[in-house]
Design a protein around this ligand. Structure first.
Ligand code: ATP
Length: 348
């Protein structure tokens, strides 16, 4: 087990591209941290620097109490699980799982004991003699995890480990990974572009955008208090509505005449008012008039898309609520609208 500290870590690729701007954060011992962001935001680069697969251009990386910038990947006591599993096709499950130990000169008996223990934990005991081609995708992913576990690492790194699995298996595996990490108590850093994975698995989420950390927080903090319009739009499905508005002399953010929201003290000029689709309800006396153009059936609820104050807007309602296209009245049922500066995108 180990804490991990990044102090001003930066990555500039040889072609001069700055993929990660100077970034700092601490991960306490035993925490499960998810790095999330869109394609190209720098999350794999950051993970690969922690793994030692990519040089660090600037800053200090510590695992435990040791600065490891110049330590070989093999000597960092890290285990990495990739999306393509990276299993040896000609080896059995047992051999795949024990391979790293064999290379380190661990005795045969000890390897067998550790592999059996990990296989038991991962429900792989009956499959130890099979080859990877005789396994399902989920089972292969479990073998990849088994290979990581037997090495007793200080730190688990996951690089989009579930992206090759179908939706149902992905849901199941994310629960398994989380349960396993809790049970082992190992610090884990998990990279994904999937905000649902981030929300459901993380103790803390780090949202990256264009090589910059936009926000670090628990899933609840990130969902309830997004630091920027980027985080507001990226985390949460369907995404938060963002209405263009102007703060007037009375200190309210006005979208159009008759449609305004409270603005925080100090807000001025152009702002964006953020309201989550699930924070609204249909109410006869509601003071927000929406024109519903499309009703999307999602099973447990319905998503209504249309127009509010001349801007695109969506509302989520329970499946019990019958809705047809046309005019409806809405009110906010929970929380306060979020207000962001229209130029910087930062929360006000
Ligand atoms: P994805 O989800 O698509 O894998 P990512 O967030 O993991 O994206 P990275 O792979 O870390 O993104 O890449 C970050 C940025 O750095 C991208 O713009 C990418 O094109 C660039 N990049 C990656 N590797 C190199 C390289 N060897 N040389 C130059 N630029 C690179």
């Amino acid at each position: 087990m180990a804490k991990v500290t990044l102090d001003g870590i930066r990555k500039v690729y040889p072609n001069g591209f700055e993929a990660v701007k100077p970034s700092s954060f601490d991960i306490p011992d035993g925490e499960f941290v998810v790095l999330v962001g869109p394609s190209g935001c720098g999350k794999s680069t950051l993970l690969r620097m922690i793994a030692g697969l990519e040089d660090i251009s600037e800053g200090a990386l510590s695992i435990g109490d040791r600065v490891v910038n110049d330590v070989d990947p093999a000597d960092r006591n890290i285990a990495m699980v990739f999306q393509n599993y990276a299993l040896y096709p000609h080896m059995t499950v047992a051999k795949n799982m024990g391979y790293g130990l064999k290379n380190r000169g661990v005795s045969k008996a000890e390897i067998e004991r550790k592999v059996a223990e990990a296989a038991e934990m991962l429900d792989l005991s009956a499959l130890l003699d099979r080859r990877p081609s005789q396994l399902s995708g989920g089972q292969r992913q479990r073998v990849a995890m088994g290979r990581a576990i037997v090495r007793n690492p200080d730190l688990f790194l996951f690089d989009e480990p579930l992206s090759n699995l179908d939706a149902k298996l992905r849901n199941q595996m994310r629960i398994e990974i989380r349960a396993l990490q809790r049970r082992l108590g190992v610090t884990a850093i998990y990279v994904t572009h999937d905000q649902v994975e981030a929300m459901t698995m993380a103790d803390r989420i780090i949202v990256l955008n264009g090589g910059v950390i936009e926000q670090i927080g628990t899933p609840t903090e990130i969902y309830e208090n997004p630091a920027s319009t980027f985080v507001a739009g990226f985390m949460g499905a369907p995404p938060m509505n963002l209405l263009k508005a102007k703060v007037n002399g009375a200190g309210t953010a006005e979208v159009t005449e008759g449609l305004s929201f409270p603005a925080p003290a100090g807000a001025s000029g152009d702002v964006l008012v953020g309201i989550r689709p699930e924070d609204l309800e249909i109410a006869e006396d509601g003071d927000m008039q929406m024109e519903v153009k499309i009703v999307e059936e999602l099973g447990a609820n319905r998503l209504l898309h249309g127009d509010l104050g001349g801007q695109e807007f969506s509302v989520s309602v329970p499946k019990q609520q019958e809705v047809t296209e046309g005019q409806i009245a809405l009110r906010i049922k929970s929380g306060e609208p979020h207000v962001f500066d229209a130029n910087s995108g930062r929360r006000l």
